[in-house]
Design a protein around this ligand. Structure first.
Ligand code: PLP
Length: 377
């Protein structure tokens, strides 16, 4: 079956992994610190902490910001479940802010209203996790101003958005957030197999995240102890990235700008080809450069067929498609917590009409996909 997204691996990637495999350190060697500093250099953030996945990174980001049982964390419904699950891992309550239809990102208007109400009822969240949907940065400047008024911390779930820009600066520089998180799952823009990364400008948050990703164990900074000595300070996790994964990441990072550039060219081609069809595509705001992790089409009311029919027709022609996303609050787990259909009307409407069609640098059937869609619609 076709795929909607896929990694691009070349000979240099393979050589990088092989070299690490035959080196003395498969984990806790030099590749992870190299990858972290390369990410700092790329994003211009002061600190980076590599993790075993973005999910792990989101979890320890919430913990590092002090999220616990008596707290509330907010995120958006149009995302992968992990954005909300990270809040639940800390025992905190979760709530959802609806999205903007044109970008799929958090609605700043809805956020402002919800913060005002929460302030009045004394139910403000400790933190907000925003998601740069499909690779488009949220309106971070406005979000930052709003959250600062109410003392709400900000985590950017940039799983879709490495290589993207906001106001001409790289997503991940944390100018408008406390922490940013990237994913290196193979379907994302660059891959380490499995893997994630935290970026931040706060030394204390970086230290806390690093501690939590490594069992809560650290070596004392004084040298009065023997070299075998270590201490556990917190109940941490084993969320480290291995050097095999980081070696692939280092090699992939060299190609990031090229991948994102090709994704932009392909997205532009799709947008031009679909201009006359009864579908809507995402609008990239003028101050954003999208990483185009996914290409999402939404059927309008004048379309002859519904999303299910479109999905079936495309998959029957071996064109891989997916739906991003089933609104998180409608999953049985979240319904059991009291959420229901109707809570986030925009995300629900978006979901009912959306379909992700293939977009990745190594695909060779874009023209065929365009022709197929044009003939069906
Ligand atoms: C992929 C993804 C995640 C999880 O990433 P992993 O690295 O697979 O844990 C989290 N949030 C969003 C928005 C994602 O797309």
């Amino acid at each position: 079956m076709g795929q909607y997204g896929k990694q691009t691996i070349d000979e240099l990637d393979i050589q990088a992994v092989l070299q690490t495999l035959t080196s003395s350190n498969l984990t806790q060697g030099e590749q992870v610190p190299l990858f972290e500093s390369a990410i700092c250099q790329y994003t211009k953030a002061n600190y980076a902490v590599a993790t075993s996945s973005a999910t792990a990174a989101l979890h320890i980001s919430c913990l590092a910001l002090g999220l616990s049982k008596s707290d509330i964390g907010w995120t958006v419904p149009l995302t992968f479940a992990a954005s909300a699950n990270a809040i639940r891992y800390c025992g905190a309550d979760v709530d959802f802010v609806d999205i903007e239809m044109s970008t799929g990102c958090i609605s700043v208007t809805k956020l402002a209203e919800k913060l005002k109400r929460a302030n009045e009822s004394n139910t403000l969240p400790k933190l907000l996790i925003v998601v740069h949907y499909a690779g488009i940065s949220c309106d971070m400047n406005s979000i930052f101003e709003l959250c600062r008024q109410y003392n709400v911390k900000i985590i950017e779930d940039a799983s879709h958005a490495i290589g993207a820009k906001y106001k001409n600066k790289p997503v991940g520089n944390c100018q408008y957030s406390d922490i940013c998180v990237f994913s290196f799952h193979p379907v994302k823009i660059i891959t380490t197999g499995e893997g994630g990364m935290i970026t931040t400008n706060s030394q204390s948050l970086a230290q806390q995240a690093r501690l939590l990703a490594c069992h809560g164990i650290s070596k004392p900074s004084t040298n009065t102890q023997p070299s075998w000595f270590y201490e556990q300070h917190e109940l941490g996790y084993n969320y480290r990235m291995s050097d095999i994964h980081a070696a692939l990441g280092n090699s992939q990072l060299n190609k990031l700008d090229e991948f994102v550039s090709v994704r932009n060219q392909m997205a532009t081609l799709y947008q031009k080809a679909f201009a006359e069809l009864p579908i809507e595509t995402l609008t990239v705001p003028h101050d954003c450069y999208s990483a185009w992790h996914i290409f999402v089409v939404r059927l309008t009311d004048s379309a002859k067929l519904n999303r299910e029919d479109l999905y079936k027709t495309l998959v029957d022609s071996n064109i891989g498609c997916q739906v991003h996303y089933i609104p998180v609050h409608t999953h049985p787990y979240y319904q059991n917590l009291g959420f229901k259909w109707g809570d986030c009307p925009n995300a629900e409407k978006f979901y009912q009409h959306c379909l992700t069609i293939p977009l990745y640098p190594s695909m060779d059937n874009q023209q065929k996909i365009i022709e197929k869609l044009t003939s069906i619609l």
